[in-house]
Design a protein around this ligand. Structure first.
Ligand code: ZN
Length: 534
């Protein structure tokens, strides 16, 4: 028999799919053919595999016709990680390789890029690939040695981290058994957060004086998953408060942790040997960033963007009006549906993107305008009104909470005013509010108030009648759009969940309306007002 099959995996968006790499080696017109909807990066596998076999494992069957078929044929395939599966299938199908037989490949999956010398190189996406292999009943997988720990995060999988094609062949023949992968613990301390690829340690809400209304808005946003807009002059602490939001979010659940870690693996930024990401991620793309970087895309396979890498964490878009128009417009989809679809040529990928979206903007182009000190602003009236128009529009109607961040005029530093609350204290309340939501939504597909569809909210979880009247009046008066009305109802529920109130009444609806219109300072709950005044 001159035929062998090895299994590898394809990625479509964040999901892995099992691929059969079938190789036929027979006499005929000499040449190597690779078929099965493969892209350029994969078609170059022919050369890498030929050189790796020649240099590490005897001879490539160069005097025969070699046909390599990747199936299912309808799934687009790209990337360099199929090299290992192609190489072992060629060796098993070639009768001149007496030791490696087709049966020895059964039950294994193969992932890794080959170098000219036959060495194995790491590839992105190992974690979601191995998750897919496990779900298809495959229990043994070869991966490049540095990625054994990552693959070992998948329960029930026996992982062999290997250095070369010759070593894989030796293991398959039972000649050599590599060491078990290292044991991997959870990533980071309970408070460690990732900013992109860097860890953010030691950030705490305790570091920030004042800003009581903003702190409350941030707490509500975190508790109910509500998109938040912070508007204020330069230097008022918008970024400082935004980058502390991950510190008040609960730990990721096991399911969320696998999902987020798999996305980071696809992007090739899962820290080697760090284990699963347990804390909510934080991403803050620069306003000049490309659509591919923010939303996803790139060359070769469609890569997840920062909206997806921030899944279950925080996406912070500072100076939002300065982002490219196509990026601003494209943010509608993640804000509405919690996912993002990137179409390119005949390939499209959908990645999850359900993060807490935090936008920030200066009040004017120069960033210094403030009603109490208008002389600080260099902008003309025309510039200011043009900028204000950019700050409105349909995308921003999808933001639940609008919060003005004012300059702090009182004395700063320790010893003045009340000691600010720590992130741990706030996080405990956020966790309680999340628990109340989890109980209410136990038979639903969503976890937080911000994700409840409007009609379902109105039917199953109405506000108290007088609270609903109060909100309806705003709609009649034209100060609230219909979309805004749903957002206020969701917010009222989160305000109630934060306060332990069973159903939102007039007090919660009033506060929700205030959070929506950036006048929360006048309607803050008693707890926050007391803290600010004492
Ligand atoms: Zn200005």
């Amino acid at each position: 028999m001159a035929f062998a099959t090895a299994r590898s995996l394809a990625l479509k968006g964040p999901d892995g799919h099992v691929i059969d790499v079938q190789v036929d080696v027979s006499p005929g017109v000499v040449g190597t053919t690779l078929v099965g909807r493969v892209d350029k990066s994969l078609s170059e596998a022919r050369d890498r595999v030929r050189m790796a076999i020649n240099n590490d494992c005897g001879r490539f069957p160069a005097t025969k016709r070699v046909t390599i078929l990747l199936s299912p044929a309808d799934l687009p395939k790209g990337g360099t990680h199929y090299d290992l599966a192609i190489a072992v299938a060629v060796m098993a199908a070639d009768k001149s390789h007496k030791e490696l037989t087709p049966e020895l490949l059964d039950g294994w999956a193969f992932v890794g890029e080959l170098s000219v010398s036959g060495g194995l190189r790491p590839v992105p996406g190992v974690l979601p690939m191995v998750i897919a292999a496990a779900s298809h009943g495959i229990t043994r997988v070869f991966v490049p040695e540095p990625q054994a720990a990552e693959a070992g995060l998948v329960p029930g999988m026996t992982v062999f981290g290997v250095r070369s094609l010759a070593q894989v062949s030796a293991v398959l023949r039972g000649v050599e058994v590599p060491q078990a992968p290292p044991v991997v613990g959870p990533s980071g301390s309970p408070l460690a957060t990732w900013r992109g690829e860097d860890r953010l340690d030691d950030l705490d809400l305790r570091d920030l004086d004042g800003l009581e209304d903003v702190r409350y808005a941030v707490e509500v946003a975190a508790a109910g998953g509500h998109p938040l807009m912070l508007v204020g002059p330069r230097g008022t602490g918008k970024t400082s408060i935004a980058e502390r939001i991950p510190t008040i979010l609960p730990d990721l659940t096991t399911e969320q942790s696998l999902e987020v870690s798999a996305l980071h693996s696809v992007a090739g930024i899962l820290p080697q040997g760090a284990g699963l990401l347990r804390r909510p991620p934080w991403f803050a793309p620069h306003h000049g960033a490309s659509a591919a970087s923010v939303l996803g895309g790139g060359s070769g396979r469609v890569h997840p963007g920062q909206v997806s890498l921030a899944h279950h964490g925080v996406l912070f878009l500072d100076e939002f009006p300065h982002f490219r128009t196509d990026v601003i417009e494209a943010m509608r989809q993640p804000l509405e549906s919690g996912e993002v679809t990137i179409a390119r040529g005949d390939e499209s990928a959908t990645y999850p993107a359900r993060s807490l979206v935090v936008l920030a903007a200066n009040p004017c182009p120069c960033g210094n305008f403030h009603a109490q000190a208008p002389q600080a602003c260099d902008c003309t009236e025309v510039q200011r009104s043009h900028y204000q128009r950019k700050l409105s529009g349909p995308i921003l109607d999808r933001v639940d909470i609008w919060m003005e961040v004012r300059p702090q005029l009182g004395p700063r530093g320790q010893g003045f005013g009340p000691a600010p609350e720590s992130s741990a204290d706030v996080r405990a309340r956020v966790e309680d509010a999340r628990l109340r939501q989890a109980r209410r939504f136990r038979d639903c597909s969503w976890l937080v108030n911000a994700s409840v569809p409007g009609p379902v909210l109105a039917e199953r979880w109405p506000l108290e009648p007088d609270a609903q009247r109060l909100v309806d009046d705003q709609l009649s008066a034209g100060t609230l759009t219909r979309r805004g009305l749903t957002r206020v109802q969701r917010l009222a529920w989160t305000v109630a969940d934060c306060a332990g109130v069973p159903r939102p009444g007039v007090a919660e609806a009033t506060l929700a309306l205030a959070l929506r219109s950036s006048s929360a300072a006048c309607a803050l709950p008693a707890r926050v007002v007391t803290a600010a005044a004492s």
